[in-house]
Structures are given as C-alpha cells and as structure tokens.
Design a protein around this ligand. Sequence first.
Ligand code: ATP
Ligand code: MG
Length: 254
Amino acid sequence: MPTPNHTPAVASPALPAAASIQIRDACLQRGANTIFSDLTLELSEPRIGLIGDNGAGKSSLFRMLCGLDAPQRGSVTVHGLEARTVSSKRPGLVGMMFQNPDEQIIFPTVAEELALGLSPSGMPRRQAINQARAFLASRKLADWSERAIGALSQGQRQHVCWLALMIASPALLLLDEPFASLDQPGQALLAMDIAQASQQVIVSTHLLEHVRHFERVIWLDRGQVRADGPGEAVCAAYQADVAARIAAQALSYQ
Ligand SMILES: Nc1ncnc2c1ncn2[C@@H]1O[C@H](COP(=O)(O)OP(=O)(O)OP(=O)(O)O)[C@@H](O)[C@H]1O
Ligand SMILES: [Mg+2]
C-alpha cells in the first residue's frame, strides 16, 4: 500500500539500487506514425528532465512508461514489471500528470477527484474524501473541496491534477508539461513540491528553468535521444540549436 508522503524531504532522494525504468530497443508506432525506433534508455536518477520540440516524443515516452501504449517491439519495464501490466499488478506505483488535464480528470468535484488517488490503498470512499478535504486544507485550499472541476480555469485544473498525484503519492511521478498553464506562484509551488518529493520524478517541459538544475536531462529529437546528461549542459545545447535554427529561418525570410 503506498504511503502518502507530503512531508518535505530534507536531503535529495536516494538513488534506486537498480535502474527503476528500463527501455530496450523499443519501437513504437502510433497510427501511421513511427514514434520510436530502437529506443534504449535506463532511467534511475531521482530527477530527470525531458525536453525537445513539439512532436519530439515526450508524451509518447510517458505513455509507454505508464503502460497506455505498448511498444510493438522491444520492452519497457518499470520496477521490474512490464509497463503495460503495472496498473493491474501494482496500482499506485506509477502516477501520470497528463499534458491535457481533461485526459486525467474523472470526477465532478475537486475532493472527489483527489479521493480517487487513495483508492489503490483500499481506503473506504468516505474516508478518502475526508482525507482529500484535509489535504486541501493543509495546502490552504479548503474552499476548493466542493468546487466543480468543470468551472475551474485551465491552470486551476492543472493544479488539481498535480494535487491528485501528490495525495496518491506513487513511487514514480511522470509529469507531462506540468507547468504549462500554471501562473507564476503555481509554478514556484510546483517546483518546490518537485524538489521536496521523495519519489522519482520525470518532468517534460518547454520551460527549461525548471529542469536546468536536474542532474539528468534528456533531449528528444524526432523520437531519438539527441543529448543526455547534466541539465545545464543539455539545456544549453538545446538552446544553442534552437537559436541556430531561428537564425537560419530568419535568413530564409529575407
Ligand atoms: N494519437 C496519435 N496518433 C498518431 N500519431 C501521434 C498521436 N499522437 C502523437 N502522435 C505523433 O507522435 C509524435 C510525438 O508526439 P508527442 O505527443 O509524443 O510529442 P511531444 O514531444 O509530447 O510534443 P509536445 O511538445 O507538442 O507535447 C508526433 O510526430 C505526433 O504527430
Ligand atoms: Mg507532449
């Protein structure tokens, strides 16, 4: 049973003994599109950033990691389990924050949505809703409990998705562009939560300042790993490449 952990970790989280995620020679086709051909990666670091242009494959990689899409060839394992079996064999092990909040949210009110995250623990529904209310109060959001999710703004819905993952407290957090719609205070709070989380966190983002300090950042380019290393170096390489492309494009406009 996953233990909710909302207390800030003082030290940075310990590395898992073995790679918690192994992708071997994965080939992924989505419809007519080949997204990955022979992608191989081991992902063990507590914080990993994922960057790259629109369409590079960041969301597709997350979909494989959480078992929504299975590679046609090769393998993806998470904590030793084939990724597509994780949700049935170890519900609560992997949590995904979707790029589009509407793909994640199921329930009509905030407290109900958050309570869903406690269901893998077997907690009775009424108790889960009470815990969700208490959790919201601890975040100074008590008045959000009964709010209709359909009447929240895009950024507020994204915030709810993050809160839902926090209360569920999975061992692996996959955050797909979690900062995209958040205002400045929301981004700062989320960055703080990520820094303090005791779990492994993988974050895809176009806002490089949120992953530049990570020990590992992967730059995906048309389904391939273009660079993989310390955040500072990989973000700088990506930015230099973007600047060169923009300069070339500007010349072609003249
Ligand atoms: N449902 C789908 N069916 C077929 N191809 C898809 C589907 N969704 C995405 N793709 C293709 O997969 C590739 C990778 O898309 P993906 O959404 O993983 O990119 P991304 O890096 O997350 O981009 P963004 O920064 O825009 O979120 C793109 O070429 C895209 O056209
Ligand atoms: Mg995406």
